[in-house]
Design a protein around this ligand. Structure first.
Ligand SMILES: Nc1ncnc2c1ncn2[C@@H]1O[C@H](COP(=O)(O)OP(=O)(O)OP(=O)(O)O)[C@@H](O)[C@H]1O
Length: 229
């Protein structure tokens, strides 16, 4: 589902003449299979977010290739990648990244608006998704009027509403208390089992790392793997 081949990435900082090169990922190769939950762990600064940003196409690799669902995404233009992203990838962030001036309903509906879907179908899909996460009765609430766990469920609904085969998550439980974290992890497993969604999840949290089928550790720019389940 996601194949990463000989991927390297380095950042350049500083002005011309005094540039510093920061090598982050060094010739890494890995595969995430369809229907797998793979977690990515590693020390702060080990390149976890960089890896997710490369898979998402927000940054382009210095070298190497990424293939997602049969498409070589590293060759796509910005516009084509944006199109690909809206159809194939769902995102969940630690900070939820909800739009504060929009209701829960409007936040979940947004990707469908961007896809150009008609209003009646948008309404059906948005309400179905909010019902699935148990938040239909909160649809007119703004993010500031919802708990952390509820906000994360809105953000998951927004990620899921376009039926993406893959969800990329960056510290999805980072802002949640342990009970809400537990609920979210159960929900992720349920989505994976019932809908076959593939997850790539960055985490610092030992418990989150263990809920996946496989955990990948980034260390010194390389990949170390650990198998679970
Ligand atoms: N835009 C950038 N410009 C320059 N250096 C960057 C940039 N983004 C990240 N880096 C550097 O790349 C390295 C890896 O950063 P990254 O954010 O991927 O690590 P991380 O494992 O996600 O860390 P954390 O767990 O703290 O979020 C760090 O040394 C960081 O300073």
């Amino acid at each position: 589902m996601i194949t990463i081949k000989n991927l390297s990435h380095q950042f350049e900082i500083g002005k011309k003449g005094s540039k510093t090169i920061i090598p982050v990922l060094k010739d890494i190769s890995l595969t995430v299979n369809k229907g797998e939950i793979v977690t990515v762990v590693g020390r702060s600064g080990s390149g976890k977010s960089t890896l997710l940003n490369l898979v998402s196409g927000f940054i382009r690799p210095t070298q190497g290739e990424i293939v997602i669902d049969g498409t070589v995404v590293t060759n796509l233009s910005e516009a084509k990648f944006a199109d690909f992203r809206i159809n194939k990838l769902g995102f969940i962030f630690q900070s939820f990244q909800l739009i504060q001036s929009m209701t829960a309903y409007e936040n979940v509906e947004l990707p469908l608006v961007l896809q150009g879907m008609g209003e009646a179908e948008r309404k059906r899909k948005t309400e179905e998704m909010l019902a699935k996460v148990g938040l239909l009765e909160y649809k007119d609430h703004y993010p500031g009027e919802l708990s952390g766990g509820q906000q994360q469920r809105v953000s998951i609904s927004r990620a899921l509403v376009v039926n993406p085969p893959i969800i990329l998550a960056d510290e999805p439980t980072g802002s949640l208390d342990s009970e809400t974290e537990e609920e979210l992890l159960e929900f992720i497993v349920q989505l994976n089992e019932e809908m076959g969604i593939t997850f790539l999840i960055i985490t610092h949290d030992e418990q989150v790392a263990r809920m996946g089928h496989r955990s990948i550790e980034l260390r010194d720019g390389k990949v170390l793997e650990e198998e679970f389940a």
